[in-house]
Structure formats: C-alpha cells, structure tokens
Design a binder for this molecule. Structure first.
Ligand code: SF4
Length: 239
C-alpha cells in the first residue's frame, strides 16, 4: 500500500491516534507487519535512533528565526550542550536489536532514506519552532486553523489558494502556480512559506503591487497604525 504526500501529511497529524484496543497499535500495522513500509514516516525510519535537539534560548535566535535548513545556532560558550545528538532506543519488543550488525548513524540515515524527510522537516521546523512561538507568542484560533490547513489538509489548502482571493492578492510565478495545482509536495512546501508570512509576517510571499500600495495607503491615512491594520483585516475578511 503506497501513501501519497497528502496521505502522509494527514497521517502525521494522526500519528498519535493509535488504535483504541489494548495494544494501542499503529493503524498501519497488519498481520504481515507495516502496510505502508515504503512510505513509513520519519519517526519509523529513524527508529531505533533517537535525535535530541535542545530548544534554543530565544535570545540566541536572530529576528528572522532559523533559516530554512539551518541548524539552530549555539551560544559560543556552551556549544557542546546545544548540539543535536543521536542516541539509541532499546525496547523489549523490538527484535531488530537481536540482529548482530553495527551501523554508523550516517549509514542508518542513508539506508532508511531519511534525508528527503529531513529536508521537508526543516521547513516545518522553521514554522513550528519559530522564534516568536519560542518567545511565548500564541496563535489565535484563525491562525491555528490556517496552520492545520496548510500542514495537514492539502486538498482544502489548494482550494484556499485557487478558490479564494489569494491569487488576486499575492504574486506567484506562473510556473509555481501551475505546479501548485497538481504537485502535492510543492504545495506542502509552499504552505510552510505561506505560514511564515501569514503567522509571523516574514517576507516569504510577495504581495501584488496594487495590494501593497493600497495597504500602505490605509496605514498612512489612518490616524493610528491600529486603525489602519484593522481596516486591512476587515477588507481581507470580507473577501
Ligand atoms: S513502521 Fe511505522 S507506520 Fe509502519 S506499522 Fe510500524 S509504526 Fe506504523
């Protein structure tokens, strides 16, 4: 059984939703083992390798947050304590531990095809570990909804892009727009860009010139910046 990118995104959300029975088994496990082995998620590929990634002190992050694919910066005086490290998880029911074979971490990562999952994971981390969230910023319900839409419901996210005023407001290269119609992986990656713009105000998506000019006017003409921002939100909500 093969999983599409859409299935994988939805499955990630439900990873914690194990079966209701006593065993609390993974919903993908069958009598012959994993039913989705070739498309198993990152955590299954990594196991029994664990990865510890210490949370950075907010003060060590730049204003724009970790760049895509970047490691979290370490304070110079405690570099060692801030580094990611791997460890081995040894649990009783795992028969794999009985096999007498040694692997390096690099060999395991290559063998399990983890690199491509890491690449998308880094894009996700740039949102889910965003400095503003680490500093205690809470998303409001509408922002939470947008987060789940872009990360886990690609059909609805595609509808949002192509069946709302999105394309009238944002500048997308024609090639990208064409890809987003049919390519789920491209859509998921674009979703992370969109979230950085929509949730944290990063310049990861370009507004159309006329929209930008209109917003600038609203902000300029308002007696205070809050009124200007409110006018922009009202116009946005009414579309
Ligand atoms: S490898 Fe992962 S997805 Fe497959 S059955 Fe095991 S826990 Fe479930």
């Amino acid at each position: 059984m093969a999983l599409t990118v859409k299935d994988k995104a939805a499955a990630d959300l439900h990873l914690g939703a194990l079966s209701e029975d006593e065993k609390k088994a993974c919903p993908w496990v069958g009598p012959q083992g994993c039913r989705v082995y070739s498309d198993r998620p990152w955590a299954c590929r990594m196991y029994p390798l664990g990865l510890a990634s210490p949370a950075p002190e907010p003060s060590t992050l730049g204003a724009q947050g970790p760049s895509l694919g970047a490691r979290v910066p370490s304070p110079a005086n405690s570099e060692k304590s801030q580094e990611e490290f791997f460890f081995m998880m040894k649990e009783q029911p795992c028969a794999g531990h009985e096999i007498q074979r040694s692997w390096t971490v690099a060999e395991w990562i290559a063998d399990q095809g983890i690199a491509e999952y890491n690449a998308v994971g880094e894009l996700f981390k740039a949102v889910s570990l965003h400095p503003r969230l680490l500093r205690g910023h809470n998303l409001d319900p509408a922002q939470m909804e947008m987060f789940y839409l872009a990360c886990y419901n690609l059909d609805k996210f595609r509808q949002f892009i192509f069946e709302s005023s999105f394309l009238r407001r944002f500048q997308l290269a024609p090639e990208l727009e064409a890809k987003l119609r049919t390519d789920d992986l491209e859509l998921l990656q674009f979703g992370f860009r969109w979230l950085r713009f929509a949730l944290f105000g990063e310049p990861t998506i370009e507004l159309k010139q006329e929209i930008k000019a209109w917003m600038d006017r609203q902000l300029k003409e308002a007696t205070n910046p809050e009124d200007g921002r409110a006018a922009i939100h009202r116009a946005h909500d009414s579309e």
